[in-house]
Ligand binder design. Structure first.
Ligand code: SF4
Length: 259
């Protein structure tokens, strides 16, 4: 859309044949686009279902289900990867939605909401695999449709994240510790296994060989955690520029003499 004035949204959507369209409604800047795209999809594919997810979709799930008939489902909360698979299987088989955790849906003119999944290992289904992005771009003959941002072809970066949720409570933030624990998942933050994080970085090296942004404050995760990340990086022979973020300035020890 950004790279061509001639990009025709409706034509693009018409060419997609899918039973379910998933729309990300995470931060509030997504609101305008998310609901308008939902309306366009519903007009063009009235028999397809529209699923929303993300922090804002979760926080306002009841309002959305009450006021937006284009939206059929919301998977509310974080860590809904497994629930998405359950939803797809249930639609493919019997259409029985009452056993899909975290799901908001309509039945018999009523809005229903299923309890969230009790998941002791929520991070095991989280994995950002850039090789899938490349494979899908080739399989569907659609490179531009798979790139994460406009200038990615010229200036690619990979991304991994060390945690979901946050330890801080910035008053303006819908993803804060308080918001997360009350609306999205029972704990916050939930750290990922450092090995899995570095495995993702290695895949970036093997596929797009670009700098990697490590989202989440490594220093706040503690010395044991960041040392394990750096050790894994070294042992796997990863040699990429890494971009790190810090919510509180770290001491100089994190940058020197630790590896
Ligand atoms: S540090 Fe970032 S994610 Fe955490 S509460 Fe503040 S703004 Fe939100």
């Amino acid at each position: 859309m950004l790279s061509s004035d001639r990009f025709d949204v409706e034509k693009y959507i018409k060419n997609i044949d899918a039973e379910i369209f998933g729309i990300d409604l995470h931060w509030l800047p997504h609101v305008h686009g998310a609901f308008n795209i939902a309306r366009v999809i519903k007009r063009i594919h009235p028999n397809s279902k529209i699923l929303m997810g993300g922090f804002s979709a979760s926080y306002f799930s009841e309002d959305i289900m009450l006021n937006n008939q284009s939206v059929d489902f919301i998977l509310a909360g974080d860590f809904v990867e497994k629930q998405l698979v359950t939803l797809m299987k249930s639609i493919e088989s019997n259409g029985n939605l009452e056993y899909v955790p975290n799901l908001w849906y309509r039945k018999d003119l009523k809005i229903h909401h299923n309890s969230p999944l009790k998941d002791p290992n929520p991070t095991d289904a989280v994995f950002i695999d850039y090789s899938i992005l490349i494979k899908n771009a080739i399989r569907y003959h659609d490179i531009k449709g798979h790139i994460p941002y406009y200038s990615w072809i010229k200036n690619p970066t990979g991304m991994t994240l060390i945690q979901r949720g946050c330890q801080f409570n910035c008053g303006f933030c819908g993803g804060s510790n308080y918001a997360y624990k009350n609306k999205y998942f029972e704990n916050s933050p939930v750290r990922r296994d450092p090995k899995r994080v570095v495995e993702e970085i290695e895949i970036v090296q093997d596929t797009i060989n670009a700098p990697v942004f490590i989202a989440g404050d490594l220093n706040q995760a503690g010395k044991e955690y960041y040392m394990q990340v750096f050790r894994e990086i070294k042992e796997r022979g990863i040699d990429l520029p890494l971009l790190t973020e810090y919510f509180v300035p770290p001491g100089s020890r994190i940058f020197s003499g630790t590896i």
